[in-house]
Design a protein around this ligand. Structure first.
Ligand SMILES: [Ca+2]
Length: 458
């Protein structure tokens, strides 16, 4: 065992000062959201992967809900993250036009109400541990968006001249941040999952006596893939599987920390991913299981992702939700479960899905229609009920029957095509007319062209 890991293990095995579980009846539940990067619908044991082992994440399915038709409203990182945190279509918050690159000056407007903002107002401790990717200038970082603390990287792990296997267009180095301070350039990416897990566990330990929100957007399995030496070479699915199994270890560490403090059942634990697998990277990309397509596209594999939610007070164990739900629903649903009031003046697109998750018989999705937007924010399609219409190709699929989108039924259902075309245009027009601006920040926090060479690895 390497000495660094031995030291970490020693710390994690050291007796934890046990505070008695807080049993004050009015205490709202804690919230943990793990949101991984570019992990496909098929990349978990509980979603049918034949060789990747994910017992800790699968535990959420056994003890909570597994959603089979859960969507993110963009097939790429930044818009998807904006939607998760604000409960809005990316277009409504101006974040629909692709991802934020290191030279960009804009980001999610700090006036938007993120999950961290609303929980913070209710007295929650809030922390973000992983990859942010919603703006990296002063005023746009996690600590400007409702988080008390941030540990991680400001954008994708490939956004560095040292870290892209092919097609590298970057000229600078990747920073690792604590709040807004650069603590390191070119962090050892083999340790990213572990470091962000340890920071999350430390945060839980420090805040176990009060309500908290931990947002854990792991940088992995976005390429380039890295696992720590304890995981590299240990899975049957190659490096990609090693990375997923380390993410599963991370979930195990977090669940164990909650159990140590007697607060697991007082915590809403959510696992989801920001978009589908990055297929051009072949074995370094994941699997969308039975779905067609992947990251960057509007086929189901790009936008339908795994989602598991454990919250014994609100969800019966082993529930499978087959209705449509979206990442935009998490903010209003968490609001309902925690008793946090959302700003009634602010329009959001997500819906409270506590009834669906409560396993109520015949509960149906409150999402009347779901709009698909391209990676660059153009309206691409609509789902309503069983039907999915893609606007440009005019193809119509019955997703209840044809999950792989193989059979175009447009000719047989011309009236459905016409109706969906109108509805998509109308809904998009409403979002566009109510859209709110991003914030541009003229001054960078660090020189975007800076190059700091990584330390040679051991
Ligand atoms: Ca992503």
């Amino acid at each position: 065992m390497n000495p660094a890991f031995a030291a970490i293990l020693a710390v994690s095995l050291a007796p934890v000062p046990m505070e008695p579980p807080v049993e004050s009846p009015g205490r709202p539940p804690n919230v943990v959201i793990m949101f991984t990067d570019d992990q496909g619908y098929g990349d978990l044991g509980c979603y049918g992967h034949p060789t990747i082992r994910t017992p800790n994440i699968d535990r959420l399915a056994a003890e909570g809900a597994r959603l089979t038709q859960f969507y993110v409203p963009s097939p790429v990182c930044s818009p998807s993250r904006a939607a998760l945190l604000t409960g809005c279509y990316p277009k409504r918050v101006g974040m629909h036009e692709h991802v934020i690159f290191p030279t960009y000056a804009h980001g999610l407007h700090p006036d938007e109400d993120t999950i961290a903002d609303v929980l913070s107002r209710k007295g929650y401790a809030t922390g973000c541990f992983g990859k942010w990717h919603l703006g990296h200038r002063d005023g746009l970082l996690p600590t400007d968006q409702g988080f008390d603390v941030f540990v991680g990287i400001p954008y994708s792990n490939d956004m560095s001249q040292f870290h892209r296997p092919e097609g590298n267009k970057y000229t600078h180095s990747l920073p690792f941040l604590h709040d807004k301070e650069i603590v390191e350039w070119e962090p050892d990416q083999r340790l990213l999952t572990r470091r962000c897990t340890e920071a999350t566990v430390d945060f839980i330990e420090a805040n176990a006596h009060r309500p908290f929100f931990a947002y854990v957007p792991h940088a992995m399995p976005h390429i380039p893939l890295y696992a720590s030496e304890d995981f590299e070479g240990t899975s049957r699915r190659g490096l990609y599987g090693d990375v997923i199994e380390e993410i599963d270890w991370s979930m195990g560490e977090i669940l164990a920390a909650l159990e140590r403090h007697g607060i697991l059942d007082d915590t809403i634990v959510i696992f989801a991913t920001d978009n589908g697998p990055w297929l051009p990277y072949k074995q370094d990309g994941g699997s969308a299981g039975p779905l067609a397509g992947g990251k960057g596209g509007n086929k189901e594999g790009g936008q339908r992702v795994p989602c598991l939610i454990r919250h014994p007070e609100g969800i019966p164990a082993g529930l499978v939700v087959r209705e449509v739900a979206t990442s935009m629903d998490l903010l209003p649903t968490i609001g309902a479960w925690t008793g946090v009031e959302l700003d009634s003046e602010r329009t959001i697109d997500g819906h409270d899905i506590t009834a669906l998750l409560g396993g109520e018989r015949d509960a149906t999705s409150p999402t009347e229609a779901f709009l698909y937007y391209t990676a660059h924010g153009r309206l691409a399609g609509i789902r309503q009920g069983r039907w999915k219409l893609m606007l440009e190709s005019g193809s119509l699929h019955d997703l209840e029957v044809d999950v792989a989108e193989k059979w175009n039924l447009a000719k047989e259902h011309l009236e459905v095509v016409e109706r969906l075309r109108r509805e998509a245009a109308d809904l998009d027009a409403v979002i566009t007319s109510g859209a709110r601006p991003v914030l541009e920040v003229p001054e960078p926090l660090w020189d975007p062209a800076i190059v700091v060479r990584p330390e040679p690895g051991p």
